[in-house]
Design a protein around this ligand. Structure first.
Ligand code: 5GP
Length: 208
């Protein structure tokens, strides 16, 4: 009996450096789920080892702006000098197919999705403390000191927004954080409001 016809949109968000990407990858390596990842588009140049169409769709500023005008994004944001956005068509198509679609995006973008898709699940990934976040940004070693400072300043502005999310998952240990997210996804599926109409239909319960 499949109760949820439309898929579930899972938004993983939180400050840069918190380990969203690592947690998301660990989540996808786990067994027993049917999640698909929505690949974002960005104007940031690829980091070493990043693959176009796998990590991101890397496009020019002009191309990105053309797509903003064409209303091709579910959400988009400027983050430390570059554009990032979620292509809308693909997400819609996958949700229609009943898939569980995961977005891994920064906070402004997540809040835009919150406005548009109230039935999505919003998970704020938090660092165990501020110092850990700073150390993680430094250790990544892919950005200049100035960029790291900008990312840290931005994180300070994002910490107070966690209350707008449905769940807060502390990334103390990647595997634990991924486990908790999977538990959240499972629990969300069982939520009555997601499945009651379909349930009533199957069980021939009169809703009136
Ligand atoms: P990075 O440059 O480190 O790959 O990403 C910078 C920030 O942009 C991260 O917080 C990342 O989660 C976020 N990001 C990645 N893709 C998207 C997107 O499609 N939309 C938004 N709003 N943020 C994104």
């Amino acid at each position: 009996m499949k109760l949820n016809e439309r898929g579930l949109l899972v938004v993983l968000s939180g400050p840069s450096g918190v380990g969203k990407g690592t947690v998301r990858k660990a989540l996808f390596e786990m067994e027993g789920h049917d999640l698909v990842y929505s690949i974002s588009m960005t104007t940031r140049p690829p980091r070493e080892g990043e693959i176009d169409g796998d990590d991101y769709y890397f496009v020019s500023k002009e191309e990105f702006e053309r797509r903003i005008k064409a209303d091709a994004f579910l959400e988009w944001a400027q983050f430390v000098g570059h554009y990032y956005g979620t292509p809308k068509d693909k997400v819609d198509e996958q949700l229609k197919q009943g898939k569980e679609v995961v977005l891994e995006i920064e906070v402004q973008g997540a809040l835009q999705v919150r406005e548009k898709m109230s039935d999505a699940v919003f998970v704020f990934i938090a660092p165990p403390n501020k110092e850990t976040l700073y150390r993680r940004l430094l250790r990544r070693g892919t950005e200049s000191n100035e960029t790291i400072q900008k990312r840290m300043d931005k994180a300070e502005r994002e910490f107070p927004l966690a209350h707008k999310y449905d769940y807060i998952v502390v990334n103390d240990e990647v595997r634990n954080a991924a486990d908790r997210i999977l538990a959240i996804v499972r629990a969300e599926h069982a939520r009555t409001e997601r499945s009651i109409h379909k349930y009533n239909e199957i069980m021939e319960v009169d809703e009136s």
